[in-house]
Design a protein around this ligand. Structure first.
Ligand code: MG
Length: 251
């Protein structure tokens, strides 16, 4: 059973050197606004708040590696985190690659696995499909609600997964193309072990990430498990609460 974050002590984080944060529902509010008409795709960009910028800088100055791990694409993460780019590593598209100080580490090659399914998914006609989010390594389809046609097409490919997160489907290579891969490779870049890693996530695509981290924190107990949890629907964002807690313990 997860404990409320209030009960976290200095001892719990004694070995922690890297903090991994999911983005949507953790560093920013949930929800991606996307609109696609023909070949025109419109996406809303969210930016992190000033208080979180200061917290990230502070944690970095305290010696923590900050790894942001998202299902989003790199171009969006760079816009969202422009102000803190010198202080963070960006792991994107569910662990597919990591950007750090302008260098890109590619963790998986999904081209062969996804090239045949892509046109089949594009061919599905439904009012419920809002648009395909531009991605390089996974496929993300925004829908107003779950769409059996998409699940059926993906079901024909035993090597692929589909995750419905409440607003979109992520499609990628089963077991391999998850945030756990991103965590493993980011740990390699920074020469860290499992017990050095704290990770916070709120959604189904965070499950593998949280399992492989030494100290998992859930931002939505109904979707993912953690050693500690933060309520999803508080006034402050979950990452904001967690960073304040860490700073209070070590700062
Ligand atoms: Mg999330």
């Amino acid at each position: 059973m997860a404990l409320p974050l209030d009960e976290m002590t200095k001892i719990d984080i004694a070995n922690i050197k890297m903090l991994v944060f999911d983005v949507d529902g953790v560093l920013v509010r949930r929800g991606t606004k996307i609109h696609q008409v023909g070949n025109t795709t419109t996406l809303e960009t969210k930016v992190i708040e000033q208080e979180e910028i200061e917290q990230i800088k502070k944690l970095s100055s305290l010696g923590f590696v900050i790894n942001i791990s998202s299902g989003r694409g790199l171009y969006m993460l760079q816009e969202m985190f422009r102000e803190v780019l010198p202080f963070v590593a960006l792991t994107y598209e569910n662990g597919s690659a990591t950007w750090y100080k302008g260098k890109i580490y590619q963790h998986i090659n999904s081209f062969e696995d996804l090239k045949d399914i892509f046109p089949k998914l594009k061919a599905i006609k439904s009012e419920k499909i809002k648009g395909f989010e531009p991605k390089e390594f996974i496929i993300t389809i925004h829908c107003t609600e779950q769409l059996p046609e998409i699940e059926n097409v993906v079901g024909q490919y035993p090597n692929l997964y589909t995750i419905w997160n409440g607003e979109a489907y992520d499609i990628g290579i089963k077991y391999h193309q998850t945030k756990a891969l991103g965590l493993r490779m980011a740990s390699k870049i920074f020469k860290l072990k499992k017990e050095n890693v704290m990770a916070m996530g709120d959604n189904y695509n965070d499950a593998e990430l949280l399992k492989k981290s030494g100290l998992p924190i859930s931002a939505d107990k109904t979707r993912v498990n953690g050693r500690f949890f933060v309520p999803l629907l508080g006034e402050s964002l979950p990452a904001n609460i967690l960073m304040a807690k860490i700073i209070s313990l070590v700062g």
